[in-house]
Ligand binder design. Structure first.
Ligand code: ATP
Length: 377
């Protein structure tokens, strides 16, 4: 289990500072050496304003003349009742497909009625583009998202999920705006761990979280009996969105979200039906499903349709997990060819490192490792 630690001493009041005015932090913690130091911070344009906090493009300095950056500072209100795992994940899990935390500090401000609001500030590497903006770039200009890019980003998201899930942590809010990308090099990194949860403990599990369009059926049904497989459903929705240019299932509320899902997947099965129906009926249902998917995604290959069918499964116990999906033929294009063509470029570039698995990842992959790495590795 990850444990929250308290590490701060004096905390600055930063509410009164305006854009580009710098302020002084005398207790900022560097993640590299876990040392506290004093630094100036200058915040620029706001790049995100979510339900839990704000994100600004920022610079840091030791002397207020030479500035390092840009960084992205995410500021969230510290809520004693809801202990968030965000800082613990960012601090403790180093992974090429998770956004990197560089520093963190605490701040506070005084409300009109004199109350003190405490905030946490995560100083992260700054990655200007998200998968959401990239999808818009393509479709608003009349282009489709190239298949190779879909696979490239999907594989890296799965790699991040493999690591989180191996620790029984679910991300809990996977969606295109929480995937940061560098289109010129094809790198994808998952961000926003504000909804992440450690499963399998004794604590109470949330039921209302995850953005609706990406929320798994079990969450839409308010089940507390969910697993890290909720993220795999979200990933299926994200891949569908890269193919179609808009969210796959756009419901206005939980009920209509389930209705939209049923248009593609058929009605939600009654509990325990899959074991009671005959094999022939199961085959027919699968064929019908295949036809429906082919109709929804007419431009993609047979194997690619099969991949989506394996990810978008009502029953989370039958939904394929990260390692199974990473071994699917869907990703053979990444195993067999080592180049891709970035957007706005005529020159193919090398794919980023996709198979340099850590010991932890190798352990999580187990027997799937050999089917995932290219034969030459
Ligand atoms: N490291 C980063 N570099 C650049 N932009 C970032 C970074 N981290 C976050 N952002 C931007 O800020 C937005 C909001 O960040 P984040 O999702 O962490 O906050 P949030 O309050 O949880 O938002 P939401 O409720 O929309 O999920 C992201 O969608 C992304 O556009």
């Amino acid at each position: 289990m990850l444990v929250a630690k308290k590490v701060f001493g004096n905390i600055p009041n930063i509410m009164t500072k305006s854009e580009n005015e710098h302020y002084f932090i005398d207790d900022i913690v560097s993640i590299k050496n876990r040392q506290k130091s004093k630094m100036y911070v200058k915040e620029g344009k706001r790049i995100g304003h979510g339900s839990f906090g704000t994100v600004t493009q920022s610079y840091l300095s030791n002397n207020s003349t030479e500035w390092l950056g840009p960084y992205a500072i995410k500021r969230v209100v510290k809520c004693p009742k809801v202990e968030s795992l965000e800082l613990e994940i960012l601090q403790n899990i180093k992974h090429p497909n998770l956004v990197t935390l560089e520093f963190f500090f605490e701040s506070q401000y005084t409300t009109k009625d004199g109350g003190q609001v405490h905030q946490k500030n995560f100083v992260m590497e700054y990655i200007p583009q998200t998968l959401s903006s990239e999808i818009h770039q393509y479709f608003d200009n009349g282009y489709e998202f190239p298949t190779k890019h879909i696979k490239l980003y999907a594989f890296q998201i799965l790699r991040a999920l493999l690591t989180l899930h191996s620790m029984n942590i679910c991300h809990g809010d996977l969606k295109p705006s929480n995937i940061l990308i560098i289109p010129s090099s094809g790198i994808a990194k998952v961000c926003d761990f504000g909804s992440a949860q450690q499963l399998g403990g004794n604590g109470d599990l949330k039921t209302y979280f995850c953005s609706r369009f990406y929320r798994a059926p079990e969450l839409l049904l308010n089940s507390k009996n969910y697993t890290t497989q909720i993220d795999i459903w979200s990933l299926g929705c994200i891949i569908g969105e890269m193919i179609k240019g808009q969210p796959l299932f756009k419901g206005d509320n939980a009920k209509s979200q389930l209705e939209k899902i049923a248009i593609l997947l058929g009605r939600l099965p009654e509990p325990n039906t899959s074991s009671s129906v005959s094999q022939e009926l199961q085959r027919n249902l699968h064929d019908q499903k295949f036809k429906k998917f082919m109709h929804w995604f007419p431009y993609i290959e047979f194997f690619d349709v099969d991949f989506l069918i394996k990810a978008l499964v009502y029953n989370f116990a039958e939904r394929w997990d990260a390692k199974q999906l990473m071994a699917h033929e869907f990703f053979d294009a990444l195993r067999n060819e080592t180049y891709f063509l970035p957007r706005d470029s005529n020159m193919p570039v090398h794919l980023p490192e996709l198979f340099n698995f850590s010991a932890l990842e190798k352990k999580a992959l187990g027997e799937y490792y050999n089917s995932i790495v290219p034969p030459s590795n």
